[in-house]
Ligand binder design. Structure first.
Ligand SMILES: Cc1cc2nc3c(=O)[nH]c(=O)nc-3n(C[C@H](O)[C@H](O)[C@H](O)COP(=O)(O)OP(=O)(O)OC[C@H]3O[C@@H](n4cnc5c(N)ncnc54)[C@H](O)[C@@H]3O)c2cc1C
Length: 308
């Protein structure tokens, strides 16, 4: 069953401001998954903000969506395909969520159309029996990104075939280089491509507007749907609650500094996972933060010992 790649739920900092007097942060935390709304306040010296727990659902503004009389959900609410058996479903967006939800719906007996608006890289989930992600990370230890990209594209061509033939265009730059420069994650195919090839899943173009019963597409075609699943991703919500202007961008809630200088702000504030480099970026940030905190702790202990 598809899983949600980012499910923000445990604890969310709803306010955080730096108190110059006490040199501490003032934070207020609230559970989003529990039914109660009790807030927990604390004044930590260090605040590490993780991208995975600070996300808003990205809900696109599409003309006429409010007039559509069918059901509209975001992939964040999607549980499994059984509820949609025999229904005509439009999945909007073809990142990893859109592809996996589209496949699950199709396997559950729904009639699925998938909106592919942009160019994208699709890679097999496994190459030579190993996870494509793990293999890429291993190759990157020895080879430059461009060479690893060439290898991945060759594997993709051998395993998945020419995806242009099923109406999906690839970006000009390779999957890992694209991830590093724009943060756009390649799709790891778990079976949707075979369903698109066999026409069990239909690929449709960008949406021009919704009508009360369906959609008009940019290429002039139109169709009726009972359900729309918005697989349109997430965006950072940090800008909406962090009372600190210097480190994070007010516009998109991402750090102003780019990789590799993205992880540390002033006054004990850190960020994990905002470099657009996926889990590898998370791991690099986490390691640097742990080392930085350890070195500050050690130097404080040294001073204390000298004072004693
Ligand atoms: C700063 C930040 C860091 C993150 N770091 C991580 C991480 O390290 N690991 C992790 O697992 N997750 C991370 N995430 C969450 C990340 O968004 C998801 O993991 C993953 O990208 C979600 O995949 P998705 O398919 O849901 O969305 P996306 O990959 O964003 O795909 C959405 C697709 O919808 C398409 N789309 C949008 N609007 C429309 C429209 N109107 N019509 C047609 N198509 C449309 C887009 O073009 C895109 O192809 C991070 C998020 C943010 C904001």
């Amino acid at each position: 069953m598809p899983h949600n790649r980012a499910r923000p739920e445990i604890l969310v900092i709803i306010l955080s401001s730096y108190n110059n007097k006490n040199t501490n942060w003032k934070t207020s935390l609230q559970s989003r998954s529990a039914p109660w709304t009790e807030k927990v306040s604390s004044t930590p010296k260090i605040v590490a903000i993780s991208s995975l727990f600070t996300l808003f659902l990205l809900l696109p503004e599409i003309a006429g969506l409010q007039d559509f009389r069918g059901k509209v959900i975001h992939t964040n609410e999607y549980k499994n395909g059984a509820d949609f058996r025999g229904r005509k479903v439009l999945v909007v967006g073809c990142g990893n969520s859109g592809m996996e939800v589209g496949l699950d719906l199709c396997n559950s007996g729904a009639q699925v159309s998938l909106v592919v608006r942009d160019q994208l890289h699709i890679l097999p989930k496994e190459v030579l029996g190993r996870s494509t992600f793990a293999l890429s990370m291993w190759l990157l230890k020895w080879l430059p990104v461009r060479l690893v990209d060439q290898f991945l594209l060759l594997c993709s061509r051998i395993v998945l075939g020419d995806i242009r033939k099923i109406g999906i265009k690839r970006p000009k730059i390779g999957p890992l280089e694209l991830k590093n420069t724009t943060g756009k994650t390649p799709v790891l195919d778990v079976g949707a491509i075979a369903k698109i090839k066999s026409r069990d899943i239909e690929v449709v173009r960008g949406i021009k507007r919704f009508t009360s019963r369906g959609v008009e597409f940019e290429d002039g075609k139109a169709d009726e749907f009972e359900t729309v699943v918005l697989a349109t991703g997430y965006r950072s919500n940090v800008a909406s609650w962090l009372m600190e202007g210097g480190f994070f961008n007010r516009k998109d809630g991402c750090t102003k500094n780019l990789f590799p200088n993205n992880w540390k702000g002033k006054n004990g504030i850190y960020s994990v996972g905002f470099s657009g480099r996926g889990l590898l970026g998370v791991s690099i940030d986490a390691q640097r933060i742990a080392e930085d905190i350890a070195s500050q702790w050690n130097s404080q202990m040294k001073h204390l010992r000298l004072e004693l």
